[in-house]
Ligand binder design. Structure first.
Ligand code: TIU
Length: 227
């Protein structure tokens, strides 16, 4: 792909980008958050709200791979010895089980366990870095910034779950580090629809205070036009 700029309709205004500097950043599309019988559902959440994001993400992933553009995946989770899990995070929530406890798909949010892994529909392929993060933001205590800089990436198209937690936190972190972010509205979701809506509004308010919001279809159309 050349150095041609593309334009995609977005809010608060059209977003102009150069594909070679754009990564697709897919946040925490993990089995424990998305699959029936996982940790998310065990806590009483309706995972179908999150599963609506799988198809838009799959189409974006296909398009990014076809265009030969960088894809980066993240997973929230902890070392098996939980040495990177703060007491504050472990004890918050007061649910029936917490991080590190046995769950329906292995130890909850522990690296190497089945539930911690990415759903099969969006499984990474060779050459796609997977960033394991102990927090909500993908920059905190990870090498994401280094990976992006080494690849000349300055723009992130951000998808994943959940909109108001890990997506919002990551976009705010990226914004302060000088990255331009476009959040894909139908590629993100929350267990709480009103939080999804407000999470997107918070990104694009005040002239795009943290970034832009678009959707999978216009982004796919922009990329297709460039192939
Ligand atoms: N990935 C992510 O957003 N992690 C969360 O903890 N989300 C919740 O909504 N709990």
């Amino acid at each position: 792909m050349g150095r041609t700029s593309l334009t995609v309709p977005a809010e608060p205004y059209d977003f102009v980008f150069e594909p070679s500097g754009c990564a697709l950043l897919i946040i925490d599309m993990q089995r424990d958050f998305l699959e029936p019988g996982g940790f998310g559902e065990m806590l009483g959440n309706d995972v179908s709200l999150l599963r609506s994001t799988i198809e838009p993400n799959r189409m974006l992933l296909d398009a990014w791979r076809t265009a030969g553009l960088p894809v980066i995946h993240t997973r929230e989770g902890h070392r098996p010895d939980l040495a990177d899990l703060s007491a504050a995070k472990r004890t918050r929530g007061r649910g029936p089980a917490t991080i590190g406890d046995p769950g329906p798909m292995g130890r909850i949010l522990v690296r190497g366990e089945a539930g911690h892994d990415i759903i099969p529909e969006l499984y990474p392929i060779g050459g796609e870095p997977v960033i394991d993060k102990p927090g909500k933001g993908a920059f905190y205590q990870t090498d994401l910034d280094l990976v992006l800089r080494n690849r000349g990436i300055d723009t992130l198209f951000v998808c994943g779950v959940t909109t108001e937690v890990c997506v919002n936190t990551t976009v705010r972190e990226a914004n302060d580090r000088g990255y331009r972010c476009v959040v894909i509205a139908d590629g993100c979701a929350s267990y709480f629809p009103e939080f999804h809506e407000m999470g997107l509004k918070m990104i694009k308010a005040q002239g795009g205070i943290f970034g832009f919001v678009s959707a999978s279809e216009p982004v796919l159309a922009a990329l297709a036009g460039s192939l």
